[in-house]
Design a protein. Structure first.
Length: 232
């Protein structure tokens, strides 16, 4: 399995800088404008966008290379099982998300140091611990996204599954519908009351992390079943 993960790393190493530049291009105007309006904490915004975009882009890019270079068919001729293929990809996605948390946290701290030199101030400064925890939260959301996408991709292949990649984003549009939005606001208010009663958000954060881990593991088991029964 380590050999499979190393093969994935060689792919990521080739496209990493490209996706990092794309991410920085997207997030720079958002961070600058948010800081100007005083509505955005620059450090946490940087780490959140960096982790989310890089984790998803890099993981899905590996599936694209599988198809474009026939690595998917060649890999199955090796003395490895389909379960090992799936587990190595899921494990690599976790390592990718953790790596982007470290990178995004460093960028977030750097932005908060540089912005005062350019703009004169940081609207909502955050310490390294808060920035790092925001990165962990973003990593959990990214892995939750991949929990939805990877079973579909393992079952259909990346080419047929491209439309499915937009499903989570389309689901987000449900929040523009008033009943759904009201239900979400009500839930958030209840969580705020629970946090106030507990005196710390740590239990809620830990509970959310455990829930994502369970969903991720369930997604991996589903992908194993779908990939083992897939016809190439």
């Amino acid at each position: 399995m380590r050999a499979l993960m190393y093969a994935d790393w060689t792919i990521v190493r080739r496209v990493f800088l490209r996706y990092l530049l794309i991410t920085m291009f997207v997030m720079t105007p958002i961070v600058v404008m948010g800081n100007n309006d005083g509505e955005l904490a620059a450090g946490t915004a940087v780490v959140t966008m960096c982790v989310m975009m890089m984790t998803i882009y890099l993981t899905l890019s590996i599936f694209s290379f599988d198809t474009s270079n026939d690595w998917e068919q060649f890999r199955l001729a090796l003395p490895i099982s389909t379960h090992q293929v799936v587990r190595s990809r899921y494990a690599f996605a976790v390592l990718t998300s953790l790596g982007t948390v470290l990178l995004g946290s460093a960028l977030g701290v750097l932005v908060e140091l540089v912005l005062p030199l350019i703009h004169g101030s940081v609207a909502a400064p955050r310490g390294f611990v808060i920035i790092f925890l925001a990165g962990i939260g973003a990593a959990l959301v990214g892995l939750l996204f991949l929990s939805i996408e990877m079973p579909i991709v393992f079952h259909l292949g990346i080419e047929k599954a491209r439309m499915a990649i937009s499903i989570p984003f389309m689901l987000c549009m449900l929040f523009t519908i008033e009943p759904v939005r009201d239900a979400l606001i009500s839930l958030l208010n209840k969580l705020e009351h629970v946090e106030a009663a507990l005196g710390t958000p740590a239990p809620l954060f830990a509970g959310g992390a455990c829930a994502v881990i369970l969903v991720y593991l369930a997604s991996m088991r589903l992908s194993e079943h779908l990939y083992a029964n897939r016809e190439f």
